[in-house]
Design a protein around this ligand. Structure first.
Ligand code: AMP
Length: 472
């Protein structure tokens, strides 16, 4: 869902080496990653050793036109779609960041959140560094530039060794592209081929979208140096237990992607099947909250033997530039994005399936609008556990106090949402639906088991780690 709740996805990265249409392929790949960030988009391309950039605020197709792509010739490129979890809005925070330093040019595109960016930034500022952006990614550039190491590769490795938390980073410099993933493996990153070119992307669906084939996942703690001869793999970082973000599989990633070895669509259908087994209810129709709730709703309906219906219709045309209704007609709320379909729900006992509840505002409005459209009972089934904690690793969640499941217990959540019943999955069921070893996931937003504690700046420990609500 997304915009209606004021929450957004995080970021996506795409890189390509050895294709004469590098920037155009990156543009297409970023379009396939658009769900991961709608605030801004940028590409840095390389021709004859020089890096050229084009960045802008908005959707990929708003930022790039024919002229912009023509001005990005070359056989290698990196691209980024942004939703800022750290750093405010504005063009200066749109990636990739292109910097000039004494060894030449360097461009970085980063997905994730550096949990120690605050103290590192303070340390760099004490040494005289000047920051021009509020994004944590700029810290990486300064660490590379101020390193005592001789080669760029050693400087990069040193910089990555100093940052903590979640990062998938693409670096374009000289004649190579470097793709690196943090040792916990919070965010996904995959390697693929497109003809003779090499591609790297946050999600497998983006590689397939550009008619490439997925080669493999880039491993947690792996650094790939990719040039036209292919990738060279290094393991220069301290080992950590694997902690892939379970919420990628529940909500973020595209359903046609495979992340962390999980077939996202199939896993979401299994979550719905499990919900139907654990929390059955007598009903006439099962409806999804589109799009992210759809596979789980299908799984629920099939297992429960209840017809599936499109009881909520989603507008695909509510973009960033949509003019919000004035105060007098403001009560629209989530209806800008979702409309009830009276012919499916009127006079019916309805089961509504969504992937998650965060603040609870979407679910509350959905229940209200379904009742207004004639539903006689509304039962909510949520394909994840109650979300009780914020994410410190790159997913934009509100502060703990704004999470409805932190504030209220289940009976009160039901009351708050005015639903006839509400049921969430247990974390064990979610892990099982993902297959394999459940301990390979970070599920801190549901369990409170944070693998890395975020570190505030020493000077202002009270500054919120995340953007205040409403900004950006
Ligand atoms: P809320 O209204 O705050 O409870 O948000 C829950 C709705 O937003 C659900 O329909 C989810 O599909 C969707 N959602 C969950 N997490 C996020 C997120 N981090 N960013 C955007 N949308 C989200």
């Amino acid at each position: 869902m997304g915009e209606a709740s004021g929450l957004h996805h995080e970021c996506g990265v795409f890189g390509i080496v050895g294709d004469p249409d590098a920037a155009r392929i990156a543009y297409l790949g970023m379009h396939a990653l658009q769900h991961r960030g709608q605030d801004g988009a940028g590409i840095v391309a390389r021709q004859d050793g020089a890096l050229v950039e084009h960045r802008g605020e908005g959707l990929v197709h708003e930022v790039f036109d024919e002229a912009a792509l023509r001005a990005l010739p070359g056989d290698s490129a990196i691209g980024h779609v942004r939703y800022g979890t750290m750093g405010g809005p504005g063009l200066q925070n749109v990636q990739p960041f292109l910097a000039r330093w004494r060894q030449g040019q360097l461009a970085v595109a980063h997905n994730g959140t550096l949990t120690n960016a605050g103290p590192l930034r303070e340390e760099l500022e004490e040494r005289g560094a000047i920051f021009t952006r509020s994004s944590d990614t700029e810290v990486l550039l300064h660490l590379v530039a101020t390193s005592e190491q001789k080669t760029l590769m050693n400087r990069l490795i040193e910089a990555f060794n100093r940052v903590e938390g979640a990062w998938c980073a693409l670096v374009l410099a000289g004649d190579t592209l470097v793709a690196a993933r943090d040792p916990w493996g919070f965010r996904p990153l995959v390697l693929g081929r497109r003809g003779t070119a090499w591609v790297v992307a946050s999600e497998s669906a983006a590689i397939e979208f550009v008619q490439g084939t997925v080669v493999r996942e880039i491993e947690p703690g792996e650094l790939l140096i990719i040039d036209e001869d292919g990738p060279q793999s290094l393991r220069p970082f301290a080992r950590r237990p694997r902690r892939a973000c379970i919420f990628e599989a529940i909500y973020f990633a595209r359903p046609d992607s495979t992340v962390f070895g999980v077939d996202v669509y199939a896993a979401r259908v299994r979550l719905g099947e499990r919900l139907a087994q654990r929390y059955p209810t007598r009903a006439d129709v099962v409806i999804p909250v589109p799009d992210s709730g759809s596979p789980a709703a299908l799984g629920f309906a099939q297992t429960a033997g209840i017809p599936f219906g499109m009881g909520l219709l989603r507008s695909h045309y509510v973009g960033r530039t949509f003019i919000e209704p004035t105060q007098r007609i403001r009560d629209f709320g989530v209806r800008l994005k979702l409309q009830p379909n009276r012919s499916v729900v009127a006079g019916k006992r309805v089961v509504v399936v969504d992937d998650s509840i965060v603040r609870g505002t979407t679910a509350q409005k959905i229940v209200r609008m379904l009742r207004a459209a004639g539903a006689v009972e509304v039962h909510l089934r949520i394909a994840s556990p109650p979300m009780t904690g914020p994410c410190h690793y790159g997913i934009d969640t509100p502060e703990r106090g704004d999470l409805v499941a932190h504030r209220l217990d289940l009976p009160r959540i039901r009351q708050f949402l005015d639903a006839d019943s509400v049921a969430y999955l247990e974390i064990e069921d979610v892990r099982e639906a993902m297959g394999g070893d459940g301990s390979r996931f970070c599920d801190a937003c549901f369990t409170g088991n944070y693998p890395v504690e975020p570190m505030p700046r020493r000077g202002d420990a009270q500054v919120p780690l995340f953007r205040p609500r409403g900004e950006g």
